[in-house]
Write a protein that binds this ligand. Structure first.
Ligand code: AMP
Ligand code: ZN
Length: 111
C-alpha cells in the first residue's frame, strides 16, 4: 500500500534485496542491532503478525530467514528471531517483518 514504508521500499528501483522469491523479501535493517541484522517481509502488505493468517507464508518467512542466515555465516553460531507485535513490543513499522539478528551473543530474558 502507498502509505507503507516497506511496501514503498521494496518497490523502489534502487532497493537491494538479500533474498527474494514469490512470497517474501529479505533486506538489511537500516539500524542494525547486531553484526548481522536483516528483515524478512511478506511481499503482500499485512500489518501485523496476528493478522497474517497464511501458514504457507509464515513458513516461507522462517525458511528465508534460515537461508539468508546461512549465506551470512551466522546459522552455525545461532541467531535471534524477533517478531514485534503492537506498541508494547515496540513495533514501529506496520508491515510484518521478521528480525534476524546474528554475529554476537544474545541474552535471555531480553529485558
Ligand atoms: P519494529 O520496531 O519491529 O517495527 O522494526 C522496524 C525496523 O525497521 C527497525 O529495526 C528499523 O531499523 C527498520 N527500518 C526502518 N526503516 C528502514 C529502511 N528504510 N530500511 C531498512 N530497515 C528499516
Ligand atoms: Zn506494506
Amino acid at each position: 500500500v502507498a502509505s507503507c514504508l516497506f511496501c514503498r521500499l521494496i518497490a523502489d528501483p534502487g532497493f537491494t534485496a538479500l533474498y527474494r522469491d514469490d512470497d517474501v523479501i529479505a533486506f538489511a535493517d537500516i539500524n542494525p542491532q547486531a553484526p548481522v541484522h536483516f528483515l524478512v517481509v511478506p511481499r503482500q502488505h499485512v500489518e501485523t503478525i496476528s493478522a497474517l493468517d497464511d501458514d504457507h507464508l509464515l513458513g516461507r518467512m522462517f525458511a528465508a530467514a534460515h537461508l539468508v542466515a546461512l549465506e551470512k555465516g551466522v546459522a552455525e553460531g545461532g541467531y535471534r528471531l524477533v517478531l514485534n507485535e503492537g506498541p508494547n513490543a515496540g513495533q514501529t513499522v506496520y508491515h510484518v517483518h521478521l528480525h534476524v539478528l546474528g554475529g554476537r551473543q544474545f541474552h535471555w530474558p531480553p529485558g
